[in-house]
Design a protein around this ligand. Sequence first.
Ligand code: AMP
Ligand code: MG
Length: 402
Amino acid sequence: MLSVVEAETLILESVQAIGEIERVGLAACRNRILAAPIASNLDFPHWDNSAMDGYAVRFEDVKQPAILEIVEEIPAGYLPQKSIQPGQAARILTGSMMPAGADTVVMQENTQRQGDRVSILTPPPTQGSFVRYRGSYYQAGNPLLSPGAVLKAPEIAILAAAQCVEVPVFRRLRVAILSTGSELVTPDRPLQPGQIVDSNQYALEALVAEMGAEVISLGIICDEPAELKNAIATAVESADVVISSGGVSVGDYDYVDRILEELGAAIQIRSVAVKPGKPLTFATFPNSTLYFGLPGNPASVLVTFWRFAQPAIRKLSGLGQGWKPEFLSAIATQELKSDGKREFYLWGSVSISDGVLHFTPAGGSRLSGNLINLAGTNALGKMSIGQTHISPGETIQILKVS
Ligand code: AMP
Ligand code: MG
């Protein structure tokens, strides 16, 4: 049985970012991952321009209060026609191009206009005041955005300004999901005694879809080896990642590991010293498809997905950073107990008060079959092997999961 850290290392070392690039329109690139470096052939700002509404002047002329002749009006988007000579100024508006000859802007508030003359009442502090110089934010040809960046509003603004209308992004991952178990029925079916509704399929689909991957829903596969083998073989051919739940324990009907071997997978992990989630299978196929065989219990599925599958999917998707789980310190609001034999993950909620994180575990039964108290989970609290007790007010390491 591997420790959590050994399992995590093994999984993440087996994963390399997907290399396949596609181009999508600027309007469709939100939340996608940039796949190639972006540079612009424009300087930012593109030309010297005014940071204020005011007057473009020669600093020489306004070191002391002065009266200047206004020779031109320069609204935004207008190409100045005149060069500013000694004793002259141009009316200029924010963002407008600086006229030749002028090197400084005097803000409107420090002036008084009479017809085609302007009095400079308060001299500007320095030469170049209120001028935004060409290339002062970015010079053409330098790196602008790096591969691996998630495209959110700030990056999309930059891409638009750089006129990058076709954005190179990694293709979306395809993740196949299936539920194993002859006792399972879909939520729309009347329940017979002994049957259980397949909730894992829907939970996993939601988790995977939230990550921006394409979901391939394979639904319920009963505990029948030939059928399961067929389903897994199809899934492995069509997906980058396959996630199944159930059937990885040591019960008589737990066939997943055996089938993976028959299909030529290298099984890297069969069991991890973690609670919930001890029976956890991770395998790699020669076509580089990753296989996560998660335990069947609903809480175990979520915990093992967040702890092991999600980071791997993030890394595979091409994310440059942030794919490795990062634990934060929080204050436990309640007494927490563990038998200390396996690394223990408590689902619960983290909140912030006075700038400090506080972790409250879900109330009620913490058995992995209980999905009723999963609602509101946004963090997992971790208790290490050997750690049996955390008192209220003590620190606990937590992993944010949403
Ligand atoms: P297994 O690992 O297949 O023995 O499943 C462990 C437990 O999880 C059993 O009680 C199953 O009925 C339950 N379980 C398995 N798959 C699902 C599922 N897709 N949705 C809800 N519960 C499940
Ligand atoms: Mg089962």
